[in-house]
Design a protein around this ligand. Structure first.
Ligand SMILES: Nc1ncnc2c1ncn2[C@@H]1O[C@H](COP(=O)(O)OP(=O)(O)OP(=O)(O)O)[C@@H](O)[C@H]1O
Ligand SMILES: [Mg+2]
Length: 350
């Protein structure tokens, strides 16, 4: 539905995005994650036709953004970072106005406005002046204007920005209901948001795509190995050696600080395992058999937050396997240091 190929945008000497490449499948919700200034808004504005790219191509719903800008605009609903609202209009007046601009036929205006009002739960405030609405309601009006012509593609720049936790949940629920019937790209700083409502994540850093995948797979790839946490009351060196000898176990590490005993009297071990190897059952059998006092056993997943920090800060990356990382945007010079292994990997495959 959306294909972005080597998009680059320069503002004078400043390169806002470089060789950004990714795809969004029909009906998918894709999160655009990146720190401030990463290039999220720039990419989104190029896709909507609001800004020309310096180089590269993109297709939306089968139309090239340069060759067929009108066709593209008709198929996109865009919620910009700064809401495009007129405070002196009522919600209904404004939505009618936007619907007309977006080419909704006169006979269909009332229905379009009603549907958008309904979907965005604006019924209570439809007669009120936009300037008098709370931030959350104004955000909903912003979403309603993006949806008004029922476009197949929605591009939402920080749709939950500036909202309180309750409003954030409401907007997320709304976006979830749009998935399937619409293809959605949204940008966010809130990592749990990406996990909660998006099937895939594009992480962008300093204008370059540093990772594209599902949140779960990103976490697994970056970790390179999987970890199991075990808490036991009667740890012995012999038991530790036995666990370390299980097939698929790479190492058994004490949780820092080493040797610390928890309030419940348990000591925690972290078992590093080969990727895709589930050693929980074998480890449990061994520990219970040796009367090790097993009180907890769980698989540790790397959170998206850890993935994000690893890719977008200068923390050293784990030099592990990264077989499945897409080459998109990774085969250029000087990626962020945190993802040096990506550059190495793509060089190897070139
Ligand atoms: N019109 C402009 N002129 C010059 N530089 C710009 C312009 N618009 C954006 N930039 C620069 O391009 C880079 C990317 O900005 P962009 O707004 O795309 O980032 P972002 O990822 O959306 O950040 P945020 O999370 O803060 O919204 C930044 O360095 C920004 O200063
Ligand atoms: Mg932005």
């Amino acid at each position: 539905m959306i294909e972005v190929d080597q998009l680059t945008k320069r503002y004078g000497s400043l390169t806002a995005i470089e060789a950004v490449t990714f795809r969004v499948e029909p009906g998918e919700v894709l999160a655009f994650l990146g720190p401030n200034g990463a290039g999220k808004t720039t990419t989104m504005r190029i896709l909507t036709g609001a800004l020309p790219a310096t180089s590269g191509h993109a297709r939306v719903a089968g139309y090239d953004i340069d060759e067929s800008p009108l066709e593209v605009k008709q198929r996109i609903g865009y919620l910009p970072e700064t809401l495009p609202l007129y405070p002196e209009m009522t919600v209904t007046e404004y939505l009618r106005y936007v619907a007309r601009i977006k080419g909704v036929a006169r006979g269909g205006l009332r229905r379009s406005v009603d549907v958008a009002v309904e979907r965005c739960a604006l019924g209570q405030v439809r007669g009120r002046l936009i300037g008098n609405l709370s931030r959350g309601y104004r955000q909903r009006v912003g979403l309603a204007q993006a949806l008004i012509h029922d476009p197949p593609v929605l591009i939402l720049d920080e749709p939950t920005g500036g909202l309180d936790p309750k409003q954030i949940i409401e907007i997320r629920e709304l976006i979830k209901t749009l998935a399937g019937a619409h293809t959605v790209i949204l940008s966010t700083h809130i990592l749990p948001e990406a996990t909660a409502i998006c099937q895939r994540v594009v992480i962008i850093h300093k204008g370059r795509v540093v990772a594209v995948d599902t949140p779960e797979r990103l976490a697994a790839q970056l970790r390179g190995s999987e970890q199991v946490k075990i808490a036991l009351r009667r740890p012995t060196e012999a038991l530790r050696t036995a666990v370390a000898g299980l097939p698929g176990v790479l190492a058994v590490l004490p949780e820092a600080p080493a040797g610390a005993v928890r309030d419940d009297g348990a000591t925690v071990w972290l078992i590093d395992c080969e990727q895709g190897r589930d050693v929980r059952e074998a480890a449990a059998r061994l520990i219970v058999g040796a009367d090790g006092g097993l009180v907890e056993l769980s698989a540790m997943a790397m959170s998206l937050e850890e993935v994000f920090l690893q890719l977008t800060t200068d923390a050293p990356a784990r030099p592990d396997r990264l077989d499945d990382v897409p080459a998109a945007g990774l085969n250029d010079a000087s990626p962020p240091r945190g993802s040096a292994q990506f550059a190495q990997q793509s060089k190897d495959t070139e």
